[in-house]
Design a protein around this ligand. Structure first.
Ligand code: ATP
Length: 603
């Protein structure tokens, strides 16, 4: 009987699996455990402990390492400033206090527990452990959680407690993939899990390993594991991989991947990890009910925040705050906005087997977009169509690698995260990362030393940053004679990403009084323009002494510059921070920059 099996048996399996190298042996041992200890074929109580990150029957424990540390200190009745208490709190740090296990909370905790718990097993069964873990997840405050932890400590030894901590942290580090565990359990387990995200259902439906399960399609109300994107190095690579296909290039929005399931008036918001984010309901459910024109459907997309005063998407990170504000009925100029980029189910049928192109058509028919609240991401002709309309380009049908490259560059300059390139003839496949979707994101690598550059001009943004300076032209100093300040500056590159909206606004506000337009042919005299430097900002900073230094990092491959005056420019530069602590004249000079590039830091 699974539930009456002692947890110590599972602990032996865990310890053995972690120590053994050969994958086949690990799988065989797992099989043996199932055959010997789950004779009633009631697999779920054990498998939920083996794959804790996939178990959604229990709510979250609300115990990350830091809270777990303080709860354990209380549960063990330790003084807060004792040596061992500090080891738990400082589990990340190395050194004498934490010892060799620094960085692995469960191991640090096991060392601390060993001195207090001894080695004799407490005889806890799998059922008892699951009951206590249920109590832990449903207890509402830290005091209650501490009580459950002390019960667990009483009923276990240090080794068992170590594994329980790893279960609570949802990562056993067994060195065997979830896929291998699924395959060993049942040949159809992974497929069934991918379309239901329900571990209990998988364990219950697939009790007989020899009986195959008919492939199941997706259902409204059951989260589906999302289709994923494979990373590629550059646009040419992406183009080569999708050679001969009809291709759509889309902006990679930086929000929360959310699947919306609509069943009449019942709405679910499933995350990538199949957690139902009901907090989005306050701001979004009504809009979804009104603007999806069918009763039942599943949409795939990104939950973002729209700023109504700036008329653009807000930067990533405020979804939860805005969801709370909507729940509490607070007035705000920010609101949740869902961008649907795919549709998986509509009416009574799954449409994942249709092509992306066909799914786009369905999406167009099913969703009535609502500006800044509920948008759909559909290609609108070629890249040039967008340019002529003046609208920001979010999605277009690409005809060659150069168009993809151009779009990527523009997207990065517009401070977005990157792009996703998709095969329009592809199906949507749960959990697939085989390359039907390709993502391009810049590689940010520190150039070994900070590049402190001076802002010499500004460019107006588009889309999310329309109407305000959103990017800067930055420059290097011409090396001044000893004990003097630089007099001339040379343009290096254009940079927009890296700062938060607030940081960007602060810099722009400080520089606004000094921004000036100059005729294209006669920029201000202190900025050196050579024949080949074609780059002109929309506005110049009319006196370098008033300007601000930025620390810039970049993709390690500096490029030989055509547009800028400096002999090299940077690929995908990104602002690391604003150096209000430095004076304008402390800007990096051209010679030092060239030495840095040639010394191998930047080439
Ligand atoms: P990353 O950290 O790069 O987002 P990831 O592993 O979370 O990686 P990937 O599947 O590799 O996810 O990249 C796709 C992710 O990009 C999706 O999960 C989704 O959240 C996001 N995304 C944003 N815009 C799009 C889009 N237009 N199409 C597909 N995914 C998009």
């Amino acid at each position: 009987m699974t539930e009456l099996t002692k947890f110590s048996v599972l602990c032996s399996l865990f310890t053995w699996t972690q120590r053994t190298k050969a994958p086949a042996k690990k799988r065989a041992k797992f099989r043996k455990f199932l055959d010997n200890f789950c004779t009633d074929r009631n697999y779920f109580p054990a498998i939920r402990l083996i794959l804790p990150n996939l178990d959604r029957e229990r709510g979250s424990y609300g115990l990350k390492e830091s809270v777990l540390a303080t709860s354990l200190i209380d549960a063990l009745g330790m003084a807060k400033d004792s040596h061992d208490a500090l080891r738990l709190v400082n589990w990340r740090k190395g050194g004498a206090k934490t010892g060799a296990n620094a960085g692995n909370f469960a191991l640090v905790a096991a060392e601390v527990l060993q001195l207090r718990q001894g080695t004799a097993s407490g005889g806890l069964t799998i059922k008892e452990l699951n009951d206590l873990l249920d109590q832990l997840s449903s207890s509402e405050n830290r005091g209650e959680k501490t009580l459950v932890l002390s019960t667990l400590i009483q009923k276990t030894n240090a080794l068992e407690m170590k594994w329980i901590i790893m279960i609570i942290l949802k990562d056993l580090k067994l060195g065997i993939s979830e896929r291998s565990i699924f395959h060993e359990f049942h040949p159809d387990a992974e497929d069934l899990f991918n379309v239901t995200c329900d571990l209990k259902l998988v364990c219950e439906k697939l009790r007989d390993r020899n009986q195959r399960h008919k492939r199941q399609d997706i259902e409204v109300g059951k989260a589906v594991r999302p289709q994923l994107a494979k990373r590629v190095a550059n646009a040419a690579d992406a183009w080569k991989k999708l050679h001969g296909k009809e291709v759509v290039a889309e902006c990679k929005f930086d929000g929360d991947r959310i699947q919306i399931h609509k069943n009449g008036t019942e709405i679910h918001f499933f995350s990538r990890n199949f957690i139902d984010h009901s907090e989005y309901a306050h701001g979004m459910s009504e809009i979804i009910i009104q603007n999806i024109l069918v009763d039942r459907c599943i949409l795939d997309g990104e939950m973002l925040v729209w700023d109504t005063s700036l008329n653009r998407f807000a930067e990533f990170g405020s979804n939860q705050e805005i969801a709370k504000a909507a729940r509490d009925g607070l007035e705000s100029n920010r609101q949740l906005c869902y961008v649907a980029f795919d549709i998986l189910y509509f009416g009574d049928t799954s449409v994942i087997h249709q092509t992306l192109k066909e799914r786009h058509e369905i999406l167009r028919k099913v969703v009535k977009p609502l500006k800044g609240r509920f948008e759909i991401l559909l290609p609108n002709g070629g890249i040039n169509n967008h340019r002529s309309s003046g609208e920001p380009c979010w999605s277009f049908i690409a005809h060659n690698a150069e168009e993809v490259e151009r779009f990527f560059k523009e997207t990065i300059e517009n401070r977005e995260e990157g792009i996703v390139v998709k095969d329009l003839s592809s199906k949507w496949e749960p959990s697939d990362r085989s390359g039907k979707w390709l993502k391009l994101k810049p590689d940010y690598v520190h150039a070994g030393s900070d590049l402190d550059v001076l802002i010499i001009g500004g460019y107006y943004g588009s889309g999310r940053h329309g109407g305000e300076v959103a990017q800067f032209l930055v420059g290097l100093a011409e090396r001044p004679s000893p004990n003097t300040h630089p007099k001339r500056f040379i343009s290096l590159c254009r940079v927009g990403t890296g700062l938060s909206d607030d940081e960007l606004e602060a810099v722009v506000t400080k520089l606004k009084p000094y921004f000036r337009k100059y005729p294209k042919t006669s920029p201000p005299s202190f900025y050196q323009v050579t024949n080949h430097s074609k780059e002109r900002p929309d506005v110049w900073v009319d006196s370098p002494e008033k300007s601000i230094i930025l620390s810039v990092t970049s993709d390690i491959r500096t490029i030989e510059s055509e547009a800028f005056a400096a002999p090299y420019s940077l690929r995908f530069p990104r602002i690391d921070r604003v150096r209000y602590d430095k004076d304008w004249h402390e800007c990096l000079d051209v010679q030092s920059f060239i030495e840095l590039v040639q010394s191998g830091n930047g080439t």
